[in-house]
Design a protein around this ligand. Structure first.
Ligand SMILES: *Cc1c(COP(=O)(O)O)cnc(C)c1O
Length: 367
């Protein structure tokens, strides 16, 4: 096992990045490839940056096997802006069906109400967002312009391990997927997707960049009130350079894509992510009740693992001891409480092992 040179960072986002990426960016900070410029100082239309952006997009398309009929857009505004940008582009002011499975899909549904007639097609609110409603029971309307899901709920720690197959349910509306917190952690079944979006700061790179994957036929239907910079047709027609894109964030994302390829690609990372998640959930479940995760076993997120200590008074000592051991940002989201370990692609297995060692030692000394 390689010696860790930095603490392990379990932040939900902005989140840890692969150390080789950070080292490479540091090396290239003052002079990118002999150009005499740092990436932040380059014109987004110059040949140097255009080559960076084109390579990033091509590498991403290859890593996720994105079919030719999907455009990849590099946008700004994060997931929350997409909550408005998607209905402005896709709803045509009509009906939207929303599946509520946690805080993020709830926010999406609320925001879409400003632009469309939104119906909650299914919700797991009654059980505190700890299960996933089976797709066969969703109330889908014939006329819906799209169906929204969040495929990994970052705060509540529930994940769709398979995307719903809407056509098998007799629904021909496109599926819109907020995959912000697990994009690139596993392969994507594009046959089930109309549009997917992801803020970069969880599993891709720095905040400020949002990836949008959109099927060609969904372009060109924006409401008149949609700002030009957020009209997918305009963004696509201008190669994501209608306005200045977040150039440095695109560069770092590109380095992350190269790192993923060098690690063996998305399927190799998926296998590693499964092993990491199993290690951590087994430690929680096997703690004799000292720690608990309340999510139904088959809906548990591989990326975001919320857990609780049996005695809340031990939360602060748990976090303090964790920090001493080089385990950072484990405090849970304020709306859920307890702890949360985010174990994105860039978290190595030995980082999760270090956390599991802490769980065991802390339980032993306070049990
Ligand atoms: C973090 C997150 C968002 C919000 O991203 P912002 O960049 O803060 O707008 C949206 N959806 C999911 C699933 C997230 O994890």
């Amino acid at each position: 096992m390689p010696e860790a040179s930095r603490p392990y960072n379990f932040s939900a986002g902005p989140a840890t990045l692969p150390e080789p990426v950070l080292r490479r960016a540091a090396q290239e900070m003052l002079d990118w490839h002999g150009s005499g410029m740092g990436v932040m100082e380059m014109s987004h239309r110059g040949r140097e940056f255009v080559s960076i952006a084109e390579a990033a997009e091509a590498d991403l398309r290859h890593l996720l096997g994105v079919p030719a009929q999907f455009r990849i857009l590099f946008m700004q505004g994060g997931g929350l802006a997409e909550n408005a940008i998607v209905p402005m582009n896709l709803s045509r002011g009509g009906q939207v069906d929303a599946v509520v499975t946690g805080a993020w899909s709830q926010k999406s549904a609320r925001e879409a109400r400003r632009y469309a007639d939104v119906q909650v097609a299914a919700s797991n609110e009654a059980d505190g967002h700890t299960t996933l409603p089976t797709a066969a029971g969703w109330r889908l309307r014939k006329g819906a312009a799209y169906v929204h899901v969040c495929s990994n709920e970052t705060i509540h720690g529930v994940e769709f391990h398979q995307l719903p197959d809407l056509s098998a349910l007799g629904c021909d509306a496109p599926l819109v997927v907020d995959c912000s917190s697990h994009v690139l952690s596993r392969p994507m079944d594009w046959s089930r997707v109309g549009l997917a979006f992801a803020g970069a700061q969880k599993n891709i790179g720095p905040a400020g960049l949002t990836l949008v994957f959109v099927r060609e036929d969904l372009l060109g239907h924006a409401l008149p009130i949609c700002p030009s910079a957020f009209d997918y047709r305009t963004v696509a027609d201008n190669g994501s350079m209608f306005n200045t894109p977040p150039t440095y964030a695109i560069y770092i994302a590109g380095l992350v894509f190269q790192w993923i390829a060098a690690e063996g690609g998305v399927t190799a990372l998926e296998a590693r992510n499964i092993a990491k998640a199993r290690l951590l959930y087994d430690a929680i479940d096997g703690s004799g009740g000292f720690y608990a995760n309340r999510v139904a076993v088959d809906c548990r997120s591989r990326m975001n693992v919320p857990f609780f200590l049996h005695d809340e008074r031990l939360n602060e000592p748990f976090l303090a001891r964790a920090r001493e051991r080089g385990l950072l940002q484990l405090k849970g989201h304020k709306s859920v409480g307890g702890m949360r370990a985010s174990i994105y692609n860039a978290m190595p297995l030995h980082g999760v092992q270090a956390l599991v060692d802490h769980l065991r030692d802390f339980a032993r000394s306070h049990g």
